[in-house]
Design a protein around this ligand. Structure first.
Ligand code: KG4
Ligand code: ZN
Length: 339
């Protein structure tokens, strides 16, 4: 059998510059430089993101190689995110990956960012026991909300996805209305811990299939607060924890309803979540409870593999490498890319 390859992976699709080194499915390093520059704007500013990637990419790759304790000459392939994401951000990682693969004369492995979120579950230390196929994966991030059926590392299909906002966006936009820092998801999560989830309710959309919609919920949230603030101008500060807990609960209810329907329809008993919002305490609790009630195997990713990171790009690259992939140097970054 051939030796496990050393793969350098690069992720630069949004506002995190990340580099990782994997030996086969084992992560040797996973360095992330987050960009604080966006906090003041309450959201990611694409122009500033690409500039920050340009500043971060060399030091981050350097650190990833140092932590893994290997030199560039030992690398067997370079994996990188080629989409979807912010074009200016993607171009930084893409150009770097192409130059490095060319200089080292090793295979170039373009990775779909959303495949990578799912495949993070196959990383060596992601679970005490390897995840079993087939599995359903609910991928929930700032840019995407997807229900995926995963049959093997290189065979997965979308059962349903959001037709408007992503659930992470629904968290972040509500947080902005509440005056919380960006990104707001973790703040809503933290404040919800001591709030009453039955304090308020919001309109939820009801699409017939496995697709999601969150824009109505966000509007309903805004209108409910405006109504209450006419009566009590301090409504937000007086009830912040209860508002957060109610909104978080409403979002989780929508996610769980679709996931349960997909489980019932497919009969698949292995269930995973992925993406930044999979760090959410309430969602994790809801899944664990459902799993124990219905005898399902629930796979919650370790926190370092939930938000954007290069280790997940590396594992996706590894499975391409096994199939002998090597993309041409004409490969380009794509803001939108087919799943
Ligand atoms: O996967 P990710 O890092 O980047 C994208 O590809 O979008 O996800 C970022 C999203 C943000 O919307 C952030 O607010 C959300 O994940 N997030 C959370 C939590 N941690 C991160 N949302 C709810 N609860 C959390 N604990
Ligand atoms: Zn992501």
């Amino acid at each position: 059998m051939q030796n496990a390859p050393y793969i350098l992976a690069i992720e630069s699709s949004c506002d995190d510059t990340s580099a990782a080194v994997l030996l086969g499915t084992k992560v040797l390093s996973n360095e992330v430089a987050s960009q604080a520059v966006h906090e003041a704007f309450g959201g990611v500013v694409p122009e500033l993101a690409s500039r920050a990637h340009q500043q971060n990419i060399v030091p981050v790759i350097d650190r990833a190689l140092k932590v893994a304790n290997i030199g560039p000459q030992e690398l067997n392939a370079i994996a990188f995110t080629n989409g979807p994401g912010l074009l200016g951000s993607l171009l930084v990682g893409t150009s770097f990956a192409k130059s490095m693969a060319l200089a080292l004369a090793i295979p170039l492995l373009p990775v779909h960012h959303m495949h990578a979120h799912v495949l993070a579950h196959l990383i060596d230390d992601a679970h005490p026991r390897p995840i079993e196929f087939p599995f359903l994966c609910l991928t929930v991030s700032g840019g995407h909300t997807q229900l995926i059926e995963v049959r093997s590392p290189n065979a997965m299909s979308v059962l349903g996805e959001t037709i408007d906002d992503a659930v992470g966006e629904a968290f972040d936009k509500a947080a902005k209305i509440l005056g919380l820092p960006y990104p707001g998801g973790p703040h809503i999560d933290r404040l919800s811990a001591t709030g009453d989830p039955t304090f308020m309710s919001f309109n939820e959309s009801n699409l017939p299939d496995f697709n999601f919609s969150f824009s109505g919920m966000k509007t309903s949230f805004l209108y409910a607060l405006q109504r209450e603030m006419k009566i009590n101008p301090n409504f937000i500060s007086d009830h912040l924890n209860d508002i957060c807990a109610s909104y978080q609960q409403a979002l989780i209810k929508v996610l769980m309803k679709k996931l349960m329907a997909a489980q019932k329809s497919t009969g698949i008993k292995n269930i995973a979540i992925a993406g930044g919002v999979s760090a959410n305490t309430g969602l994790r609790e809801a899944l664990t409870l459902w799993g124990s009630k219905k005898a399902l195997s629930i796979y919650l990713p370790p926190f370092q593999y939930t938000t954007d990171n290069a280790a997940m790009i590396g594992i996706a690259g590894y499975y391409q490498y096994l199939e002998g992939a090597n993309a041409p140097l004409s490969t380009s970054a794509q803001a939108r890319i087919k799943f």
